[in-house]
Design a protein around this ligand. Structure first.
Ligand code: ATP
Length: 337
Protein backbone atom coordinates (compact mmCIF):
# COMPACT_ATOMS: atom_id res chain seq x y z
CA UNK A 1 0.00 0.00 0.00
CA UNK A 2 1.32 3.46 -0.85
CA UNK A 3 1.65 5.89 2.00
CA UNK A 4 0.25 9.40 1.64
CA UNK A 5 2.23 11.56 4.00
CA UNK A 6 0.31 14.71 4.90
CA UNK A 7 2.59 17.71 4.48
CA UNK A 8 2.69 20.40 7.17
CA UNK A 9 1.08 22.73 4.62
CA UNK A 10 -1.84 20.37 4.04
CA UNK A 11 -2.27 19.80 7.76
CA UNK A 12 -2.31 23.58 8.23
CA UNK A 13 -4.89 24.02 5.48
CA UNK A 14 -7.04 21.32 7.10
CA UNK A 15 -6.81 23.11 10.48
CA UNK A 16 -7.82 26.39 8.85
CA UNK A 17 -10.69 24.68 7.02
CA UNK A 18 -11.99 23.21 10.28
CA UNK A 19 -11.61 26.54 12.08
CA UNK A 20 -13.59 28.28 9.33
CA UNK A 21 -16.27 25.57 9.44
CA UNK A 22 -16.76 26.20 13.15
CA UNK A 23 -17.24 29.97 12.83
CA UNK A 24 -20.67 31.22 13.86
CA UNK A 25 -22.34 32.93 10.86
CA UNK A 26 -24.95 35.03 12.69
CA UNK A 27 -25.12 36.99 15.93
CA UNK A 28 -27.51 34.53 17.58
CA UNK A 29 -24.96 31.71 17.13
CA UNK A 30 -22.19 33.83 18.67
CA UNK A 31 -21.72 32.63 22.24
CA UNK A 32 -21.03 35.02 25.17
CA UNK A 33 -19.86 38.66 25.01
CA UNK A 34 -23.45 39.56 25.79
CA UNK A 35 -22.95 43.31 26.10
CA UNK A 36 -21.04 43.69 22.81
CA UNK A 37 -23.47 41.37 21.04
CA UNK A 38 -26.54 43.30 22.20
CA UNK A 39 -25.03 46.68 21.36
CA UNK A 40 -23.92 45.51 17.92
CA UNK A 41 -27.30 43.90 17.28
CA UNK A 42 -29.06 47.18 18.04
CA UNK A 43 -26.68 49.24 15.94
CA UNK A 44 -27.04 46.93 12.93
CA UNK A 45 -30.83 46.75 13.28
CA UNK A 46 -31.00 50.56 13.33
CA UNK A 47 -28.78 50.81 10.24
CA UNK A 48 -31.00 48.29 8.43
CA UNK A 49 -34.17 50.21 9.37
CA UNK A 50 -32.66 53.43 8.10
CA UNK A 51 -31.44 51.69 4.95
CA UNK A 52 -27.98 53.05 5.71
CA UNK A 53 -24.51 51.57 5.89
CA UNK A 54 -23.60 50.63 9.48
CA UNK A 55 -21.27 52.89 11.45
CA UNK A 56 -17.57 51.95 11.70
CA UNK A 57 -16.82 49.32 14.35
CA UNK A 58 -13.67 48.91 16.43
CA UNK A 59 -13.15 45.58 18.18
CA UNK A 60 -10.39 45.13 20.70
CA UNK A 61 -9.24 42.22 22.81
CA UNK A 62 -6.74 39.36 22.93
CA UNK A 63 -6.39 36.99 19.94
CA UNK A 64 -8.90 34.25 19.30
CA UNK A 65 -11.89 35.81 21.09
CA UNK A 66 -13.95 36.35 17.95
CA UNK A 67 -13.00 39.68 16.32
CA UNK A 68 -12.75 38.25 12.78
CA UNK A 69 -15.90 36.22 13.39
CA UNK A 70 -17.78 39.36 14.44
CA UNK A 71 -16.58 41.24 11.34
CA UNK A 72 -17.93 38.42 9.19
CA UNK A 73 -21.18 38.51 11.14
CA UNK A 74 -21.49 42.30 10.61
CA UNK A 75 -21.25 41.71 6.85
CA UNK A 76 -23.70 38.79 6.96
CA UNK A 77 -26.22 40.72 9.09
CA UNK A 78 -26.02 43.69 6.72
CA UNK A 79 -26.20 41.37 3.73
CA UNK A 80 -23.05 43.07 2.46
CA UNK A 81 -19.86 41.75 0.88
CA UNK A 82 -16.77 41.53 3.08
CA UNK A 83 -13.18 42.46 2.26
CA UNK A 84 -10.42 41.21 4.55
CA UNK A 85 -7.06 42.90 5.00
CA UNK A 86 -4.71 43.80 7.80
CA UNK A 87 -2.54 46.63 9.10
CA UNK A 88 0.78 44.95 8.30
CA UNK A 89 -0.37 44.30 4.69
CA UNK A 90 -0.85 48.05 4.19
CA UNK A 91 2.67 49.36 3.86
CA UNK A 92 1.85 52.73 2.32
CA UNK A 93 -1.06 55.00 1.46
CA UNK A 94 -1.15 53.59 -2.09
CA UNK A 95 -1.96 50.09 -0.77
CA UNK A 96 -4.90 51.50 1.17
CA UNK A 97 -6.05 53.68 -1.74
CA UNK A 98 -6.15 50.57 -3.95
CA UNK A 99 -8.41 48.78 -1.47
CA UNK A 100 -10.66 51.76 -0.75
CA UNK A 101 -11.15 52.70 -4.40
CA UNK A 102 -12.35 49.21 -5.25
CA UNK A 103 -14.97 48.97 -2.46
CA UNK A 104 -18.60 48.69 -3.47
CA UNK A 105 -21.48 50.48 -1.73
CA UNK A 106 -22.15 49.09 1.76
CA UNK A 107 -19.15 46.76 1.68
CA UNK A 108 -17.61 45.81 5.02
CA UNK A 109 -13.84 46.28 5.14
CA UNK A 110 -12.16 44.30 7.91
CA UNK A 111 -8.72 45.55 8.92
CA UNK A 112 -7.10 43.18 11.39
CA UNK A 113 -4.23 44.50 13.54
CA UNK A 114 -5.23 48.02 12.55
CA UNK A 115 -2.67 49.42 15.05
CA UNK A 116 0.11 48.17 12.77
CA UNK A 117 -0.83 50.26 9.74
CA UNK A 118 1.71 52.79 8.43
CA UNK A 119 1.25 56.43 9.46
CA UNK A 120 0.50 57.83 5.94
CA UNK A 121 -2.11 55.10 5.39
CA UNK A 122 -3.63 55.88 8.77
CA UNK A 123 -3.99 59.54 7.82
CA UNK A 124 -5.67 58.59 4.56
CA UNK A 125 -8.04 56.37 6.52
CA UNK A 126 -9.18 59.30 8.73
CA UNK A 127 -10.63 61.12 5.74
CA UNK A 128 -12.03 57.97 4.17
CA UNK A 129 -13.88 57.05 7.37
CA UNK A 130 -15.28 60.51 7.97
CA UNK A 131 -16.03 61.92 4.53
CA UNK A 132 -15.90 58.83 2.30
CA UNK A 133 -13.28 60.37 0.10
CA UNK A 134 -9.52 60.26 -0.26
CA UNK A 135 -6.93 62.48 -1.87
CA UNK A 136 -4.67 60.51 -4.17
CA UNK A 137 -1.28 62.16 -4.63
CA UNK A 138 0.07 61.75 -8.14
CA UNK A 139 3.69 62.58 -9.00
CA UNK A 140 6.52 63.69 -6.75
CA UNK A 141 8.08 66.90 -5.45
CA UNK A 142 6.97 70.26 -6.84
CA UNK A 143 4.96 68.64 -9.65
CA UNK A 144 2.86 66.49 -7.29
CA UNK A 145 -0.88 67.00 -7.50
CA UNK A 146 -3.62 65.62 -5.37
CA UNK A 147 -6.72 64.17 -6.99
CA UNK A 148 -9.82 63.85 -4.80
CA UNK A 149 -11.62 60.53 -5.12
CA UNK A 150 -15.17 59.96 -3.86
CA UNK A 151 -15.77 56.60 -2.16
CA UNK A 152 -19.03 54.72 -1.77
CA UNK A 153 -20.23 54.53 1.86
CA UNK A 154 -18.65 51.51 3.53
CA UNK A 155 -18.30 50.07 7.03
CA UNK A 156 -14.83 49.70 8.46
CA UNK A 157 -14.42 47.00 11.09
CA UNK A 158 -11.04 47.47 12.74
CA UNK A 159 -9.58 44.87 15.08
CA UNK A 160 -6.75 45.35 17.49
CA UNK A 161 -5.24 43.49 20.39
CA UNK A 162 -4.05 46.85 21.72
CA UNK A 163 -6.74 49.56 21.67
CA UNK A 164 -4.39 51.74 23.71
CA UNK A 165 -1.91 51.88 20.81
CA UNK A 166 -4.40 53.46 18.42
CA UNK A 167 -4.00 57.18 17.97
CA UNK A 168 -6.92 59.17 19.43
CA UNK A 169 -8.04 60.63 16.07
CA UNK A 170 -8.42 57.11 14.63
CA UNK A 171 -10.22 55.75 17.69
CA UNK A 172 -12.63 58.69 17.67
CA UNK A 173 -13.75 57.96 14.12
CA UNK A 174 -15.32 54.64 15.09
CA UNK A 175 -19.03 54.97 15.90
CA UNK A 176 -18.95 51.79 17.96
CA UNK A 177 -16.19 50.29 20.09
CA UNK A 178 -16.50 46.83 21.58
CA UNK A 179 -14.01 45.25 23.92
CA UNK A 180 -14.03 41.44 23.92
CA UNK A 181 -13.41 39.77 27.27
CA UNK A 182 -12.11 36.28 28.00
CA UNK A 183 -14.92 33.72 28.09
CA UNK A 184 -16.25 32.04 31.22
CA UNK A 185 -15.91 28.24 31.36
CA UNK A 186 -19.64 27.78 30.99
CA UNK A 187 -19.56 29.85 27.77
CA UNK A 188 -16.65 27.82 26.43
CA UNK A 189 -18.64 24.67 27.12
CA UNK A 190 -21.40 26.11 24.92
CA UNK A 191 -18.84 26.85 22.16
CA UNK A 192 -17.60 23.26 22.45
CA UNK A 193 -21.10 21.76 22.35
CA UNK A 194 -21.85 23.65 19.16
CA UNK A 195 -18.51 22.69 17.59
CA UNK A 196 -18.71 19.01 18.52
CA UNK A 197 -22.17 18.80 16.93
CA UNK A 198 -20.71 20.31 13.72
CA UNK A 199 -17.78 17.87 13.87
CA UNK A 200 -20.15 14.98 14.53
CA UNK A 201 -18.36 13.89 17.70
CA UNK A 202 -19.74 12.78 21.05
CA UNK A 203 -18.48 14.27 24.30
CA UNK A 204 -20.11 13.89 27.73
CA UNK A 205 -20.67 16.77 30.19
CA UNK A 206 -17.50 16.09 32.19
CA UNK A 207 -15.54 15.84 28.95
CA UNK A 208 -16.74 19.32 27.90
CA UNK A 209 -15.87 20.68 31.34
CA UNK A 210 -12.38 19.21 31.15
CA UNK A 211 -11.68 20.77 27.72
CA UNK A 212 -13.26 24.12 28.65
CA UNK A 213 -11.19 24.41 31.82
CA UNK A 214 -7.99 24.09 29.78
CA UNK A 215 -9.01 26.55 27.06
CA UNK A 216 -7.66 29.75 28.63
CA UNK A 217 -10.92 31.60 28.21
CA UNK A 218 -10.48 31.53 24.42
CA UNK A 219 -12.86 29.95 21.87
CA UNK A 220 -10.13 29.47 19.28
CA UNK A 221 -8.15 27.43 21.82
CA UNK A 222 -11.28 25.51 22.90
CA UNK A 223 -11.94 24.53 19.28
CA UNK A 224 -8.30 23.61 18.72
CA UNK A 225 -8.21 21.41 21.83
CA UNK A 226 -11.48 19.81 20.75
CA UNK A 227 -9.90 18.85 17.41
CA UNK A 228 -6.92 17.29 19.22
CA UNK A 229 -9.28 15.34 21.48
CA UNK A 230 -11.18 14.29 18.35
CA UNK A 231 -7.96 12.87 16.85
CA UNK A 232 -7.29 11.03 20.11
CA UNK A 233 -10.79 9.54 20.21
CA UNK A 234 -10.48 8.41 16.59
CA UNK A 235 -7.14 6.68 17.10
CA UNK A 236 -8.18 5.11 20.43
CA UNK A 237 -11.50 4.00 18.93
CA UNK A 238 -13.57 5.89 21.52
CA UNK A 239 -17.23 6.45 20.81
CA UNK A 240 -17.73 9.12 23.49
CA UNK A 241 -15.13 11.39 25.05
CA UNK A 242 -15.31 11.52 28.84
CA UNK A 243 -13.25 13.54 31.34
CA UNK A 244 -10.49 10.91 31.52
CA UNK A 245 -10.05 10.72 27.74
CA UNK A 246 -10.07 14.53 27.37
CA UNK A 247 -7.55 14.88 30.18
CA UNK A 248 -5.20 12.17 28.80
CA UNK A 249 -5.36 13.60 25.29
CA UNK A 250 -4.62 17.16 26.37
CA UNK A 251 -1.88 16.17 28.77
CA UNK A 252 -0.20 14.44 25.83
CA UNK A 253 -0.40 17.73 23.90
CA UNK A 254 1.28 19.50 26.85
CA UNK A 255 -1.76 21.47 27.88
CA UNK A 256 -1.88 21.28 31.64
CA UNK A 257 -4.84 21.20 34.03
CA UNK A 258 -5.08 24.99 34.23
CA UNK A 259 -4.72 25.35 30.47
CA UNK A 260 -1.12 26.55 30.42
CA UNK A 261 0.70 25.45 27.30
CA UNK A 262 4.39 25.26 26.54
CA UNK A 263 4.75 29.01 25.93
CA UNK A 264 2.97 29.93 29.18
CA UNK A 265 5.04 27.50 31.21
CA UNK A 266 8.21 28.67 29.42
CA UNK A 267 7.46 32.27 30.41
CA UNK A 268 6.71 31.31 34.02
CA UNK A 269 9.75 29.05 34.31
CA UNK A 270 12.08 31.73 32.90
CA UNK A 271 10.56 34.37 35.16
CA UNK A 272 10.95 32.21 38.29
CA UNK A 273 14.19 30.32 37.65
CA UNK A 274 16.25 32.64 35.43
CA UNK A 275 15.14 35.96 36.90
CA UNK A 276 14.33 34.85 40.47
CA UNK A 277 10.71 35.98 40.10
CA UNK A 278 11.55 39.38 38.55
CA UNK A 279 11.07 42.22 38.08
CA UNK A 280 12.31 41.75 34.53
CA UNK A 281 11.63 43.72 31.34
CA UNK A 282 9.38 42.21 28.68
CA UNK A 283 12.07 42.09 25.97
CA UNK A 284 14.58 40.37 28.25
CA UNK A 285 11.97 37.87 29.35
CA UNK A 286 10.91 37.18 25.74
CA UNK A 287 14.54 36.65 24.69
CA UNK A 288 15.02 34.10 27.46
CA UNK A 289 11.98 32.21 26.16
CA UNK A 290 13.12 32.51 22.54
CA UNK A 291 9.96 34.36 21.49
CA UNK A 292 8.98 37.77 20.12
CA UNK A 293 8.14 40.29 22.84
CA UNK A 294 4.78 40.84 21.15
CA UNK A 295 3.92 37.13 21.31
CA UNK A 296 4.71 36.99 25.01
CA UNK A 297 2.77 40.19 25.64
CA UNK A 298 -0.33 39.40 23.60
CA UNK A 299 -0.56 35.59 23.71
CA UNK A 300 0.81 34.38 27.05
CA UNK A 301 0.69 37.37 29.37
CA UNK A 302 -3.00 38.36 29.35
CA UNK A 303 -3.87 34.85 30.48
CA UNK A 304 -1.08 34.59 33.08
CA UNK A 305 -2.08 37.98 34.51
CA UNK A 306 -5.72 36.94 34.60
CA UNK A 307 -4.77 33.72 36.40
CA UNK A 308 -2.99 35.79 39.05
CA UNK A 309 0.42 34.29 38.23
CA UNK A 310 2.17 37.32 36.73
CA UNK A 311 1.92 41.05 37.38
CA UNK A 312 3.13 44.00 35.34
CA UNK A 313 4.88 46.59 37.49
CA UNK A 314 6.66 49.81 36.48
CA UNK A 315 9.98 47.94 36.95
CA UNK A 316 8.98 44.92 34.87
CA UNK A 317 7.17 41.58 35.09
CA UNK A 318 7.03 39.77 38.42
CA UNK A 319 5.95 36.24 39.38
CA UNK A 320 3.15 36.07 41.95
CA UNK A 321 2.81 33.26 44.53
CA UNK A 322 0.39 31.33 42.25
CA UNK A 323 3.18 31.04 39.63
CA UNK A 324 5.62 29.41 42.06
CA UNK A 325 2.87 27.16 43.33
CA UNK A 326 1.85 26.08 39.82
CA UNK A 327 5.43 25.17 38.94
CA UNK A 328 5.87 23.34 42.26
CA UNK A 329 8.67 25.72 43.28
CA UNK A 330 9.28 27.64 46.46
CA UNK A 331 9.39 31.42 46.18
CA UNK A 332 12.57 32.98 47.55
CA UNK A 333 12.27 34.64 50.98
CA UNK A 334 11.84 38.39 50.72
CA UNK A 335 14.43 40.12 52.91
CA UNK A 336 12.65 41.93 55.76
CA UNK A 337 12.52 45.72 55.52
N1 ATP B 1 -18.34 33.81 20.56
C1 ATP B 1 -18.00 32.73 19.85
N2 ATP B 1 -18.85 31.70 19.71
C2 ATP B 1 -18.47 30.60 19.03
N3 ATP B 1 -17.28 30.44 18.44
C3 ATP B 1 -16.41 31.45 18.52
C4 ATP B 1 -16.72 32.64 19.21
N4 ATP B 1 -15.66 33.48 19.13
C5 ATP B 1 -14.72 32.85 18.43
N5 ATP B 1 -15.16 31.62 18.04
C6 ATP B 1 -14.38 30.63 17.31
O1 ATP B 1 -13.00 30.87 17.57
C7 ATP B 1 -12.25 30.95 16.36
C8 ATP B 1 -11.38 32.19 16.44
O2 ATP B 1 -12.16 33.34 16.33
P1 ATP B 1 -11.66 34.61 15.50
O3 ATP B 1 -10.78 34.21 14.37
O4 ATP B 1 -12.85 35.42 15.19
O5 ATP B 1 -10.79 35.35 16.60
P2 ATP B 1 -10.03 36.75 16.50
O6 ATP B 1 -10.35 37.50 17.74
O7 ATP B 1 -10.27 37.41 15.20
O8 ATP B 1 -8.53 36.30 16.60
P3 ATP B 1 -7.26 36.99 15.90
O9 ATP B 1 -7.20 38.35 16.42
O10 ATP B 1 -6.14 36.09 16.38
O11 ATP B 1 -7.50 36.88 14.42
C9 ATP B 1 -13.26 30.96 15.22
O12 ATP B 1 -12.98 29.92 14.35
C10 ATP B 1 -14.61 30.72 15.84
O13 ATP B 1 -15.10 29.47 15.43
Amino acid sequence: MTEHPVSALEADAEERRLEAALRPRHLDEFVGQQRVREQLDLMLAAARLRGRTADHVLLSGPPGLGKTTLAMIVAAEMNAPLRLSSGPAIQNAGDLAAILSSLTEGEVLFLDEIHRMSRPAEEMLYMAMEDFRVDIVVGKGAGATSIPLELPPFTLVGATTRAGLLPGPLRDRFGFTGHLEFYAEEELERVLRRSSALLDMRVDSDGYRQIASRSRGTPRIANRLLRRVRDWALVKGLDTVDAGAASDALTMYEVDARGLDRLDRGVLTALCTVFGGGPVGLTTLATAVGEEAETVETVAEPFLIREGMVARTPRGRVALPAAWEHLGLTAPEVAPG
